[in-house]
Design a protein around this ligand. Structure first.
Ligand code: FMN
Ligand code: SF4
Ligand code: SF4
Length: 326
């Protein structure tokens, strides 16, 4: 069976779920193709709040990726779409990418089954239902194999722990994830009737509250910045520019359009990016999933102390510690 997985992941949690699905299904003889929705959102200039940026030249190299995604869907027997949960919604850009404008229903004529997968920090959410509603409309004959929802460490900057702590994945959730993936595998081989989901028609993406209104926008520490350009590559919404002709070659942030996803903050190895409205300097950076017993730790260095998986609500509130500046 040919299976296509499209994943929006900013710090690697949802990508890890996609990889785990892919490994299991490949082991059972399926052919799985993985596509990165972040690079496509960036390429197509989706979810941009600053209209003039829409027409910036797109980064090169991804044109082939969108074309190969579209032709892979056309040939696929099953389609899976995954997103991290962003304020109870799919990440900005995901629904826009799934819109008929880019993914017309004709593409799904031969697709027999679909499924969704989500990762989230602490709260229940309707993102599986939102994605399922959107995909089911492409071809109502497709069977829904269900949502694989995994509760994982928070990558929302104000909820990331203070140094030297870092969050690891909960072994209980890892086991649950594996069981859900196995159920998906069985469903794909022996499809039964569609898994039920709640239809969420016309989710109001305008309700996206920008976390940056709580956190402030990213601010550069020029003393630390090495002008490497990684943050430019990482921002899903084309909000960071770097050029030898502007600002002495330092990256320039278009702060008005920022969603506060924290991808630039988390990826800068120099810790040169901070958010202005709270003490982000002493937060650990979420550099991708870490599992129990794994040596990899905080900020890519072999240091730091493991937090027990997912703190309870009281601890989460303690983590926030906003220091709103006058
Ligand atoms: C801006 C932002 C908003 C978030 N909103 C929620 C939320 O509403 N509910 C939740 O449980 N987790 C929320 N999270 C946590 C992420 O969904 C979670 O850490 C996810 O696994 C990140 O996946 P990724 O590593 O694939 O990017 C949010 C994270 C960010 C950065
Ligand atoms: S990733 Fe960090 S060091 Fe590199 S250009 Fe961006 S801010 Fe500077
Ligand atoms: S937090 Fe950084 S990566 Fe995310 S939207 Fe804002 S500028 Fe872009």
């Amino acid at each position: 069976m040919k299976i296509v997985l499209l994943t929006f992941s900013i710090t690697g949690n949802t990508a890890h779920v996609a990889d785990s699905i892919s490994k299991t299904l490949s082991k059972y003889g399926h052919s799985v193709q993985l596509f990165d929705a972040v690079s496509l959102v960036k390429l197509l200039g989706l979810a941009q709040k600053v209209p003039e940026l829409k027409h910036q030249p797109a980064p090169t190299g991804h044109e082939v990726e969108i074309l190969s995604l579209l032709s892979a869907i056309k040939e696929a027997d099953a389609f899976g779409v995954g997103s991290y949960v962003f304020n109870f919604f799919p990440a900005p850009g995901v629904l826009e990418l799934l819109d008929d404008k880019w993914m017309p229903p004709e593409l799904f004529e031969s697709v027999k089954m679909f499924f969704t997968f989500t990762t989230h920090g602490s709260l229940p959410h309707p993102v599986g239902d939102i994605l399922a509603t959107c995909i089911s409309k492409k071809n109502p004959a497709m069977l829904y194999a269900g949502n694989i929802n995994v509760r994982v460490p928070e990558n929302f900057v104000p909820l990331q722990p203070h140094k030297p702590y870092y969050d690891i994945w909960d072994p209980v959730e890892i086991k649950l994830m594996e069981e859900k993936i196995d159920r998906l595998r069985v469903f794909l081989s022996f499809p039964s009737s569609s898994v039920q989901f709640t239809h969420v028609d016309n989710p109001d993406v305008k309700r996206y509250i920008s976390p940056s209104t709580m956190m402030g926008a990213p601010l550069l520490d020029k003393e630390k910045c090495k002008k490497c350009g990684l943050c430019v590559m990482k921002c899903p919404y084309n909000l960071i520019q770097i050029s030898p002709d502007i600002e002495d070659g330092f990256p320039v942030f278009q702060r008005d359009g920022c969603y506060g996803c924290g991808r630039c903050f988390n990826s800068c190895r120099q810790e040169a990016i901070n958010f202005t409205l709270f003490d982000s300097k002493n937060r650990s950076r979420y550099c991708g999933p870490v599992f129990p017993g794994e040596k990899r730790a905080l900020d890519g260095k072999e240091s730091g102390i493991e937090y027990t998986p997912i703190p309870d609500v009281d601890n989460l509130l303690k983590r926030i510690q906003f220091e709103v500046k006058p």
